[in-house]
Design a protein around this ligand. Sequence first.
Ligand code: GDP
Ligand code: IMO
Ligand code: MG
Length: 432
Amino acid sequence: MVTSMSKSIAVIGLQWGDEGKGKIVDLLSSQAAVVVRFQGGHNAGHTLVVDGVKTVLHLIPSGILREGVVNVIGNGVVVSPDALSSEIEMLENKGIPARSRLKVSTECPLVLSCHVSLDHAREQKAGGAKIGTTGRGIGPAYEDKVARRAIRIGDVFDTRSCNEKVEQLYDYHNFVLTKYYAVKPVDATAAQAALVQFADLVQPLACDTAELLHDHAGQILFEGAQGSLLDVDFGTYPFVTSSNTTAGAAITGSGANLFEIGEVIGVVKAYTTRVGAGPFPTELNDQDGQSLAQRGQEFGSTTGRPRRCGWLDAKALRRAIQINGVTKIYLMKFDVLDNFKEIKICVDYEGDSNIQSTFSSNPSGILSVKPVYESLPGWESDTTSVRSYSDLPTEAQQYVERLRELLGVEIAGISVGASRDAMVNSHQSLIP
Ligand code: GDP
Ligand code: IMO
Ligand code: MG
């Protein structure tokens, strides 16, 4: 394998997820020795399209299609044994030798049936105020990690003590499930049996992944899941996921040291989408919103739910760029804008300057802030076969240049289709 990265890179979504991170990580992984996931779990859905074949990954890093690349599930990821097993099977059925390319940290907390039940019970009870989670048990699994009662990958190799831990954990959660949520209890015995099977599968993959990363310093691609606006601290709290999705988590969620990341690359959709509830200042409930959804095929890669759509929000993006230390972005799904006569960019919110208080102050998830838009002419032509910046229509170039001005970052590439090769100039000085 030829590795030509001169420094390790973190790839981070700057919106509410589904920006196209999978495509970019797959693309950049040709130059990496290691690709590591450091947070989230199988709530993620990262889509790769190579030679017309589509692969959707939830837990396994997006370097898995590349021979010679080590794919690491880092300690910051919560791992569902079921999801990991079926994803390995899915890949191996396609002829991709997933197990020989995969390592998993012994420190990953597990997502078990009790967490899934809790996630559902909570959403059900919250009624209209629900978060709209993926229902995968991610929040409850992270709670158990912080509460120091999680069962971790390293625990499953000692069946006797693992069985005891499962017993205790299920006892505790069944109390809450039956007494507080008034739903059915979960079965500890079934969970114990499943973990015995899982131990066999995961043992050859489990190791001290932090050490593995140190052995490949400077050649690591850190793959973010979700997006910056779903970060548990900096996102639209409480309508967020339960992990830090911003660049700092790449360190704590992998065991790489603080000085390992040489660059943070942001992934940005040329418009905005959000799955689930919560504030979304530029959301469109009109024909334009429907066109974005239709042309962009905006249905969740994990749950199939329709994604809410709206114009690009440069104000929210500037904050995400600041927090992550982004110097370059990939602009994704540019082709989805091909038919629009007029394209809008939100440059500010009316009368409010502090974005975090705007996003977090309203627990109902209803946002009173009004976006201030700038309007640009559309290009009304097909960009899907364009590969060089100078071949883009003038109006498309104007849109990209205005964005670069508003965001103050380099545009590393413009994606004009789902497939790996649908990319306009992916070198640094895209705009002369
Ligand atoms: P991720 O979670 O950030 O990896 O993104 P998802 O895979 O959930 O969602 C992105 C969707 O857009 C996937 O279906 C991709 O195949 C698709 N996609 C990625 N880039 C482009 C693009 O430039 N144009 C179009 N039309 N689709 C794209
Ligand atoms: P990728 O990596 C988009 C959203 C859910 C919900 C909130 C909390 O594919 O970009 P959770 O199940 O995490 O407790 O749900 O976060 N969410 C995502 N939205 N893309 C994702 O991942 C997401 N992962 C979680 O819809 O609003
Ligand atoms: Mg996704």
